[in-house]
Design a protein around this ligand. Sequence first.
Ligand code: PLP
Length: 398
Amino acid sequence: MRPSRLAQSVAMSETLAIDEKVRALQAAGTKVYGFGAGQPDAPTPEVACEAGIAAIRGGRTRYTSAAGTIELRRAICQKLARENGLAYEPDEILVTAGAKQAIFMALAVLVDPGDEVLVPAPYWVSYPSQIRMLGAVPKVVATDESTGFKLTPGMLHAAVSPRSRVLILNSPSNPTGAVYTPDEMKAVVGAALEHDLAIVSDEIYERILFGDARHVSPASLSAQARERTGVVNGASKAYSMTGWRIGYLAAPREWIAKATAVQSHFCGNACSISQDAAAAALDQGADAVAAMVESFARRRDRVVALLGRAPDLELCPPEGAFYAFPDVSAYFGRSIQGRRIANDVDLAGYLLEEAHAAFVPGSGFGSDRHLRLSFACADAVIEEGLDATIRALEKLKR
Ligand SMILES: Cc1ncc(COP(=O)(O)O)c(C=O)c1O
């Protein structure tokens, strides 16, 4: 078999090597401190579960319209108006099987083979793969702690080329937890519009914010910005509904019409049962979100305090989402019993063996100086796991 261009453009993540080691340790009866999870640990809100069960019992188990049920699309429009100050009509919404699919559908209607998509790094792992699957080119723009891992207009102007079509923004960010302030967002969106770029704004973590951080959607900044932006969001993170697979794209009607046509030939529609559950979560799930965010804020503070004890580790404190992304490169080149830690993958492997703590190497997110840790885990895992991690780091000799 000769694999297609599409098949060759993607590979399973190299981080799976760590997952394999985790499974082997667990199978041998070892307790592993899991900092890898990309999903909230809270249960799905009761109102959503009840609506899902009612959908099954009530026979709402057939194909829906490709764009999604009118009830869910109305609930999404109300949410966007209430929480984001955005006015959308139901025909400007496409319901998808997760935010991941919404990003793909947005890109599918925006780029041709050879077009460039600007991707600020560190980035969420799926952006470059999705772009390559469409034959387009990810133009990675590196950011670091000096700008709080945020893209500036200067960086954008320097990176853009005549082939650039789209900018992907992800605030709050996975993996860095960076959140653009309204002024920073205005500046970067202004620069993108100067170059006539479309913006795909991945807002899946918008509800998970700490301290003074505020979420602002690029689409809310001006009529021109709204015309050029596809807003991506979903039920996965805010409502702890990752397995239900509901996301959505809100965008100008012409995009949605095209994206709906693509989806109609792809998966048809998102799961009918999950659509009813997501509508209930959007309408009535606010209390569950507030409780979850409160517990993430507490854990985030503990993670920042505990990682602060490791003298050679640099952390830009997360302002949103549930990840921390410390720079661990000071430990590269150090050794233990003749074993040299050369890079992020080596260090993640060592911490797993020595501290039984599972982190994701930063290279999958476009930065090989960092490790990603998720604090969507029990308080005890954070306390014990980070303590063991710091002791293991201290054993590494220069
Ligand atoms: C930044 C980002 N966008 C999108 C997604 C995908 O969300 P969903 O599970 O709704 O497809 C994730 C999931 O980890 C994410 O971290």
